[in-house]
Write a protein that binds this ligand. Structure first.
Ligand code: 7PJ
Length: 281
């Protein structure tokens, strides 16, 4: 399985790691330490050295209850980092955004992927993505970040997620985005209880079979890891997150969106070795 965005191909026959680069002042799991350009670049370079292929740059906090960010503020946060990453690293560059102007400007700079937690439902986002040649990750979310964790409810979480994504895929196709540019994501923690999240992990294979598109998953340091491990602090959730990421990979995910790149790469290496023992002495 190979996907191409903005002229850059990504071979998904091996599972890839997307390293999270938050450029929000309130990024909950890194304390907002990577606000400044140099620090952001340095962090990205470390993640690439540790085994990331994609760097996901986000200027809007979508954690539960977070305040929305203004458009100009998001542009100011994200674009300089995208530009620097494209100039100075060989990363595949993804922008974690729902904003049409950010999609358009990032595309003009040469960014390779749009990662949209709102699946291109904001005004102008679909058109901006269609006008680009970027990869598009469509994610499922029930509600909006400010209220989504109040009382998430589903008849069948897998059916709802898969129906929603199927509809967004269709809308994108009608707008001229080919399926070869799409990825899908169940959206762990976005309007879902812990039970919903783990049911989705258990049934990830089914989701992939229904949609027939490459799966991206992100559960790194999230509350669903804290809930079952008892780890209240995000930076204490690394082992749990690595276990969760590996489970997603074993259940068919092709791109893993993570904070802890090296730990995740190590886990994938061990899994790989167990699949190809003959490459070892
Ligand atoms: C996700 C995301 C995710 C995708 C965030 C956090 C919250 N994009 N952006 N999937 N989560 N595609 O990292 O905790 O799960 S922001």
């Amino acid at each position: 399985m190979i996907v191409t965005g903005a002229g850059r191909t990504l071979d998904l026959s091996q599972v890839r790691i997307m390293g999270i680069l938050n450029v929000t002042p309130d990024s909950f799991s890194d304390g907002g330490r990577f606000n400044h350009l140099d620090a952001a670049l340095q962090h990205a370079e470390q993640m690439l050295a540790d085994g990331a292929t994609v760097i996901d740059v986000g200027g809007e906090s979508t954690r539960p209850g977070a305040e929305p960010v203004g458009e100009q503020q998001e542009l100011d946060r994200v674009l300089p980092v995208v530009e620097a990453l494209l100039a100075k690293t060989d990363a595949m560059v993804s922008v974690d955004t729902s904003t049409a102007s950010v999609i358009g400007e990032a595309s003009a700079l040469g960014a390779h992927m749009v990662n949209d937690v709102r699946a291109l439902r904001r005004d102008g986002a679909l058109e901006a993505a269609a006008a680009s040649d970027m990869l598009i990750c469509l994610m499922h979310m029930q509600g909006e970040p400010q209220t989504m964790q109040f009382d998430p409810s589903y008849t069948s979480v897998l059916d709802d997620v898969s129906d929603f994504l199927a509809e967004r895929v269709e809308v994108c196709e009608r707008a001229g985005i080919t399926r070869s540019r799409m990825l899908i994501d169940p959206g762990f923690g976005f309007g879902k209880t812990t039970r919903h999240n783990y049911e989705l992990i258990q049934r990830l294979q089914e989701l992939q079979q229904r949609l027939q598109l490459p799966l991206l998953t992100g559960l790194s340091r999230k509350r669903m890891i804290g809930e079952v491990t008892g780890q209240r602090q995000a930076d204490q959730r690394i082992a749990g997150s690595v276990a969760g990421a590996l489970l997603c990979a074993m259940n068919g995910a092709r791109i893993l969106r993570v904070h802890d790149v090296r730990a995740t790469a190590d886990a994938l290496a061990v899994w790989n070795a167990s699949q190809h023992p003959s490459s070892w002495q």
